[in-house]
Design a protein around this ligand. Sequence first.
Ligand SMILES: [Zn+2]
Ligand SMILES: [Zn+2]
Length: 72
Amino acid sequence: MTSRTATKKKPTQSGYVPCACRDCMEIAIAGPGEKKAYCAACEEAGCPDHQGVAGMSQECRAPGAYGDDDAC
Ligand SMILES: [Zn+2]
Ligand SMILES: [Zn+2]
């Protein structure tokens, strides 16, 4: 019996956090002491500018956030 299912390790190292953007599944890199960060795509799309701001859209504006990229 040598068949084994490889278990993927989640990136738990400090510095890697899930993107703070609500709809984004990317991994972002937080600086030391930071608890949340946005991935590069969200930064570029301006998500940090409207996410968490009352009265502003909370949706992700980064391209591909909703599974544009079907190629698995
Ligand atoms: Zn993101
Ligand atoms: Zn976003």
